[in-house]
Design a binder for this molecule. Structure first.
Ligand code: PEP
Length: 249
């Protein structure tokens, strides 16, 4: 089964190091049957255009401003990354929600801005350990989906990938079990059905992210309930990441 495999490099690597990364990945991914996306820091996007442009590997950013242009010092707009050939943007990552205090209202505005500029959105949702332990995980994720996708038209959902990323599993080495993943993916699809339609739920692209490594990737990516994965730490080693993207699932 063809999977969507996304790398989130977060705030790691330098632009000068990205050339090798991109060239290696572009070469190794050539015959892959999967869809591959790399999201490096903004500063790497020029190199991404140069070394990934025209390859099998798409690229995107890890954030955008909710504003289109103007006096927003230090911000980067959707049209700027689009102009560099980016096709995706990660929004709602728990780093942004927790460390930069981004709320669902802001994330919703960013999603609309991204879609209006022709970018595909990788929308991250997921509960904390505390929420999970209080048995509120499903309700919490359902509310994130509702709030983040408010006012989005059903036909626009084609441009949205929903990444279930339980916060307790990100960068902790404690990835969710396939049972946990399938259960929450079911919850997410059901919510899409409630908010949009059964057809939208069936077509929705839902992926998982959280502590996927070169040792556990096969078992997780082969889960038929998910359309793919978002990989942080394990995507930094391009050799390992290349192994993961070349596999048939
Ligand atoms: C992430 O940051 O989106 C992520 C999934 O990280 P990791 O794979 O390192 O848990």
């Amino acid at each position: 089964m063809k999977k969507l495999i996304i790398a989130n490099l977060k705030m790691n690597t330098k632009p000068s190091e990205f050339k090798d990364y991109a060239m290696t990945l572009a070469t190794k991914a050539k015959l892959s049957k999967n869809s591959i996306v790399v999201c490096p820091p903004f500063t790497h996007l020029v190199a991404a255009r140069e070394f990934l442009g025209g390859s099998k590997v798409a690229y995107g950013a890890q954030n955008i401003s909710d504003e289109e242009k103007g006096s927003f010092t230090g911000e980067i707009s959707a049209s700027m990354i689009k102009d560099l050939g980016a096709t995706y943007v990660i929004l709602g990552h728990s780093d942004r929600r927790n460390k930069f205090k981004e709320n669902d209202k802001l994330i919703n505005k960013k999603i609309k801005t991204a879609l209006a500029n022709g970018l595909k959105v990788i929308l991250c949702v997921g509960e904390s350990l505390q929420v999970r332990e209080s048995k509120q995980a499903s309700a919490f994720v359902r509310k994130q989906i509702d709030d983040d996708l408010k006012g989005i038209y059903e036909n626009e959902l084609e441009g949205v990938v929903i990444a279930y990323e339980p916060i307790w599993a990100i960068g902790t080495g404690k990835n969710a079990t396939n049972k946990d993943i399938s259960k929450m993916v079911g919850v997410i699809r059901k919510e899409i059905e409630t908010q949009f339609s059964a057809k939208a739920a069936q077509k929705a692209i839902v992926i998982y992210g959280g502590s996927i490594t070169i040792n556990n990737y096969k078992k997780i990516i082969s889960n038929e309930d998910i359309n793919g994965v978002l990989i942080g730490g394990a995507s930094l080693d391009v050799e390992n990441f290349s192994v993961i993207v070349r596999e048939n699932y």
